[in-house]
Design a protein around this ligand. Structure first.
Ligand code: LLP
Length: 461
């Protein structure tokens, strides 16, 4: 679903998020500014849940009449704002966390709920869990640690022993499958640091089973992020499913987590609208990878296992639900290129610099003679930020309608791995985050102040 679209305001097209005018929002709150659509987040979560079998009215995911017994653990790393975690919590989501900080956020997001064991549907992933993090997770009653090495399992065993507890553990298996995604976000090949090699994971389970303070609860895999075809998922599931079955009978494991990784459309997203929103580029053949196709293909492979299936989607839930709104500060015509210098930089959205990530950029209020979607234009420009780095760009050689100082632009599909990867580089305060719900907008994180920038720093006397 797609909640960013143009609407006529006073005879001019203006980009809206749901029913909220982004021009007005930018004028009220300043830029740069992250804006998220509640309706899109809910739609994506609910569609995935329904495609896996849904749940009874008001119930949790994973009901017995579900197509497949499942639990969607939202990958908090994609967007960890408390309001968004709270929204997903109310939908019945669990959470996949990678740090003590993320666990703290989940606990805070759930603080007002009367809920038994607020971490009882959370999985704890990551290759480098510290003593403090393991202890916190054990004390909060984490559903499972997804361990990535035997050294980690041994360490979790010792921490659990010292606390007089038993730690629930799943091993992350690295199935050595090519996810066909950017090399920095591919995780399921043997050259990646993640998981335990498929060939030796059985032995690792056998050794872990002998540890006194460990309970083997599941098996996990995650082959990469931004996958645009279902085949690598199928290959990995087919490879790991027999092992999961074996582990179920050997050690009584109860779940198989197939990780996250479902890709989203970053290009031409606005023009494609509702119907084409999930159209994916599949090896150049334009085969759509829809939520439904993902579920319909994988459920038949997973259901016979009789295990609870965990999913850890991040980007798919929130990616296309967010935009970064920025203002044009200056135009600079260089000898080789024209630069539009805007007030959002790599410190606000690092994906273009780090992964060569493409984000569509559209004018918030296009000039009346342009197409309204960035297509009615002329010269290719670089959209660059104010940060002192040549890598500080949001787009390069992009054909956009002519723009003027003070115009607002929306950088689309910025809801996942946008704000969460933002930094204070160049001592630039973090932008605010706004959640739109129909015609209403709420500030869910305030813009940082200069005072925030130096908080905790002292000058030794
Ligand atoms: N589970 C595990 C164990 C993960 O490592 C990840 C992402 C996910 C789930 C969620 O994956 P998703 O459904 O969002 O693809 N910053 C990069 C993406 C890094 C992903 C890291 N792990 C980007 O901006 O593209």
């Amino acid at each position: 679903m797609h909640s960013f679209h143009y609407k006529q305001v006073d005879g001019r097209n203006t980009l809206h998020c749901e029913d909220v005018d982004l021009q007005a929002l930018a004028e009220e709150h300043g830029t740069p500014l992250y804006v998220y659509s509640k309706a899109t987040i809910l739609d994506h979560y609910r569609r995935l849940d329904a495609a896996l079998g849904g749940r009874p009215e008001g119930g949790k995911s994973g009901s017995s009449d579900a197509l497949v017994d499942h639990l969607i653990c939202f990958a908090v790393k994609a967007n960890s704002n408390l309001a968004i975690l709270n929204l997903l919590d109310h939908e019945g989501a669990g959470f996949d966390i990678v740090s003590g900080g993320e666990l703290y956020r989940v606990l805070r997001a759930r603080a007002e709920r009367e809920k038994e064991g607020p971490a009882s549907d959370c999985t704890f992933a990551g290759v480098g869990k510290s003593y403090e993090e393991i202890k916190l997770a054990l004390n909060e009653g984490i559903y499972c640690f997804n361990a990535e090495s035997e050294a980690e399992v041994a360490y979790i065993d010792s921490v659990a022993g010292a606390l007089g507890k038993k730690a629930p553990v799943a091993l992350r298996v690295n199935p050595n499958v090519d996810a066909k995604t950017h090399k920095y976000i591919s995780t399921g090949k043997s050259e990646n640091k993640f998981g335990i090699d498929f060939e030796v994971v059985r032995d690792a389970y056998a050794r872990a089973a002998k540890l006194e303070h460990i309970t083997l609860r599941g098996i996990q895999m995650h082959i990469g992020s931004q996958l645009t075809s279902v085949e690598p998922f199928v290959e990995a599931v087919k490879k790991v499913a027999p092992l999961a079955e074996e582990l179920k009978s050997a050690y009584g494991i109860e779940f198989f987590s197939i990780g996250g990784g479902i890709g989203i459309v970053y290009q031409d997203s606005l023009a494609s609208g509702e119907a084409g929103w999930w159209k994916q580029r599949d090896s150049g053949e334009n085969t759509p990878l829809t939520i439904e196709k993902y579920a319909q293909t994988l459920v038949p492979l997973l259901k016979p296992l009789g295990l609870r299936i965990l999913l850890e989607p991040g980007r798919m839930i929130v990616g296309n639900a967010g935009a970064l709104v920025t203002k044009v500060l200056y135009e600079k015509k260089g000898a080789a290129k024209t630069f539009e210098i805007v007030d959002a930089g790599m410190n606000d959205l690092i994906r273009p610099a780090l992964y060569e990530g493409h984000h569509d950029i559209v004018p918030v209020t296009p000039a009346p003679d342009s197409q309204g979607d960035g297509s009615g234009s002329s010269v290719p420009v670089d959209i660059v930020g104010p940060v002192c780095e040549s890598g500080d760009f949001l787009a390069q050689d992009r054909v956009l309608p002519p723009m003027e100082q003070g115009d607002y632009l929306a950088v689309l599909s910025a809801g996942a791995y946008g704000f969460v990867m933002a930094s204070n580089y160049n001592s630039r305060p973090l932008p605010p985050e706004i959640l739109v719900d129909g015609g209403k907008s709420r500030v869910i994180r305030e813009r940082q102040t200069y005072h925030d920038l130096v908080r905790g720093e002292t000058i030794p006397r």
